[in-house]
Design a protein around this ligand. Sequence first.
Ligand SMILES: NC(=O)c1ccc[n+]([C@@H]2O[C@H](COP(=O)([O-])OP(=O)(O)OC[C@H]3O[C@@H](n4cnc5c(N)ncnc54)[C@H](O)[C@@H]3O)[C@@H](O)[C@H]2O)c1
Length: 255
Amino acid sequence: MFEDLNGRTAVITGGARGLGYSLATALARSGVRVALLDLLPSVEASAKRLASEYGVDARGWVVDVTDPHAIETVFTEAETELGTASVLITAAGITVWGDSVDVQAATWRKVMAVNLDGTFFTAQAFARRALAAGEPASAIFVSSMSAFIVNSPQFQASYNSSKAAVSHLATSLAVEWAGSGIRVNAIAPGYFLSDMTRQFTEANPELAQQWISDIPMGRMGEPEDLHGLVTYLASESSSYLTGQSIVIDGGYTAL
Ligand SMILES: NC(=O)c1ccc[n+]([C@@H]2O[C@H](COP(=O)([O-])OP(=O)(O)OC[C@H]3O[C@@H](n4cnc5c(N)ncnc54)[C@H](O)[C@@H]3O)[C@@H](O)[C@H]2O)c1
């Protein structure tokens, strides 16, 4: 659909499964070479699947996005093998639920480290190379509608705060890099079906029903619902769009 994507290279964190992997398939379908980064060793099998299903070069790297040195090393290897990335998607993320008065410091820090620090370190490694290449580039952070609203009935202050920070990080970096050809936007999904949410909805089907009853469209999102938006943001078709967080939630936050 967006022909300028053909032959470009993307780095996708959290790419072993879930929304990250699904977004990788959307780019691969457009002819993009893909570097998948994840903590899970299955990331290598995910990359092989992508390569065989879509006929593009794809490689997987096991890496922790909270480690800036490891991220730098992986970006250097990925650049050698797949070319300089002009698209970045940061989907690595975690959520932890709990009453705030009981949350341990280590848990709070972990959520911030993966969701916020990991997004920043990855964006930094991406931008260093995109600036050197001097070509237009697009970074897309996976934020959440939780950046703007408070989910219910679960308590997840650390997640909500980390995603608010991710959205403002996108705005901050967008302004900083606007004159250098790097656009930075965020997508802010509502409730989507993925391994992250399935662990909760399968344990508690009534919870899923409660979420769905608050979604005007009457269903949770499927990962494919994000494909059009993400390929548009990756493509130069959105060349004047930067610094935004785009909520995609079946109307949840419109109520
Ligand atoms: N599913 C939803 O409803 C929903 C809604 C809004 C936003 N999101 C966001 O979408 C992103 C993807 O979530 P998902 O639902 O696909 O969950 P998921 O758990 O299926 O995928 C997250 C991936 O991130 C990886 N990851 C976690 N910590 C990491 C680390 N330190 N280093 C590298 N990789 C790491 C995991 O191994 C996993 O593969 C997350 O940022 C999440 O916050 C999800």
